[in-house]
Design a protein around this ligand. Sequence first.
Ligand code: G16
Length: 541
Amino acid sequence: MKTVLTRPVAGQKAGTSGLRRQTRDFMVPGFLENYVQSILNGIGGAAGKTFVIGGDGRYFNQEAIQTILRMAAANGAEKMIVGQNGLLSTPAASHLIRLHGTDGGFILSASHNPGGIDADFGLKFNMPNGGPATEAVTDAIFAQTTNISEYYIAEAGDIDLATLGQTSLAAMQISVVDPVADYVALMQTLFDFDEIRVLFAGGFRMTFDAMHAVTGPYAKAVLEDMLGAAPGTVINGTPLPDFGGGHPDPNPIWAHELMGIMTGPGAPDFGAASDGDGDRNMIVGRGAYVTPSDSLAVIAANAHLAPAFADGVVGVARSMPTSGAVDRVAAAKGMDCFETPTGWKFFGSLLDAGKVRLCGEESAGTGADHLREKDGLWAVLIWLNIIAKTGKSVSELMTDHWAAYGRNYYTRHDYEAVESATAATLMQELEDRLPDLAGQGFAGLTVQSADVFAYDDPVDGSRTTGQGIRIRFDKDARAVLRLSGTGTKGATIRLYLERLETRGDKLHLDAQTALAEVIAATDEITGIAARTGRKGPDVRT
Ligand code: G16
């Protein structure tokens, strides 16, 4: 074992989902090591512990895993469970952590951010419950990064990650496991695979875009091999270190290949995509894109059709910027409904306490109590289960849903790579003006209330403040502003715009048109385009 003395590094603060930086930063000698040692110190050491480790296959994935294995051994870990070839989707890693009752896990991914030596890399630590590190743990890890002075690393060669089975590194056991098998077995317990098989056997066609990221092997195993979807259903199914040069973010902008298929001639019945590490999802019918907020609401309304929810859904949760569509389902069906800060970790205590069974976020994350991360393929399977049971198309499901519950028109406008100081000043100045906004009129709307969201966890009593600015207007409209916690360049300002529509003849408008008033009012209040020097948002979803 080698002890390496290191100069204290500038503190590295993890964002909404672990630490994300440019790949070359992670490759600077000592950077990864300092951060990993900070994690191990921050969780109270590794001695005698077992961890899961795997990543989304992006550039530097295997090298980083080899380093972490050597460091875990030098820090006295007892066992590491590694996905074959270093691959594990985030949901599969979460499941393995829970299945084996381990002390947590390391997931190497920058999620939906591009991969490659000139792109992004990331590392997150997940807790023994399978969920992202809590605020208390990320704070402890951050504290370590500010004063770390040495790290421990075993002097050993690389481990063969291609061969399944048991091996060891110094005194530490290593188990190289099939990354797909346990996850697929779990899915079979949740959904009616027989009904979905009948659906595909009847000629139902779908396209799943794995975006050259980690979900390819999972989607092929489940959709093509087990459920009988036609060969070729999964496109871009081989994980590549640079995701084929693409941006593995499942939204209509980045998944444009799939959108082209779904709106083109001969479009299949159903389309879906997943992101770099397989926790995000996009759902699209023939010519019918489903927003993540609507997807959560439709799932909540129809969950009882899947065996996993045959006993009902006691409660649901959504992040604050996610639309209120699911709230309306919860109110109608007598489910509890919780509004949490952005970040899957905030769902963890609610799920652990059995207060909710379904959760979702506007950022393309949907999931349930079967594990403690959002789960892209799970979302696809529950949609397939609902379609198989109802016999309805995606657009019929949406039309019926809006007729029953109203439609929460929704859009997110992103201003990307804004200079950090400009973004911080804009947010602070707006925050300072919030008390004066109530009662004022902007572009035909009147502000009813404006505040900064704070959350009191109903289970552990912890309070989280500063979670985004909320502006509530009349006419059931709302705007939310927050700074992204997952970007790797400058700051990204997110603007979330929403309005409820219940008039039957107004349920099928284009979202940007339906939201024109809210967009104009918010621009008038914030002056965001002018202040960031843009003509408009960089991305509208
Ligand atoms: C991560 C978290 C999500 C969260 C999202 C927000 O997603 O896991 O729970 O909703 O960040 O992103 P931002 O702060 O940029 O709005 P992922 O898929 O990147 O891990």
